[in-house]
Unconditional design. Structure first.
Length: 86
């Protein structure tokens, strides 16, 4: 099983555009593989293809920043976000 480290949690979800917002407690960058876990219903992994801060594309974001990114499945505020460590 791959190792994981929690890097934040979901604070918002925009269902019309499939975008989740993460409040980061650790760095996140494009290309990272993440695991989103929200109870029994939500448990999936995906690669981060793009990150936005205030509608601007960025390559990476750090602790304390809130970033938006496309999600492959619906998420909810409070869902935990983990970085999958290879």
């Amino acid at each position: 099983m791959a190792k994981e480290k929690q890097i934040g949690k979901i604070t918002h979800y925009f269902n019309k555009i499939n975008v989740g917002v993460i409040e980061l407690s650790e760095e996140l960058k494009t290309g990272d593989k993440i695991h989103i876990l929200g109870g029994e219903e939500r448990d999936f992994e995906q690669e981060v293809e793009s990150i936005q801060i205030e509608h601007e594309n960025v390559e990476k974001a750090g602790k304390g920043e809130a970033v938006g990114f496309k999600v492959e499945e619906a998420v909810k505020p409070g869902d935990k976000v983990f970085k999958v460590l290879e």
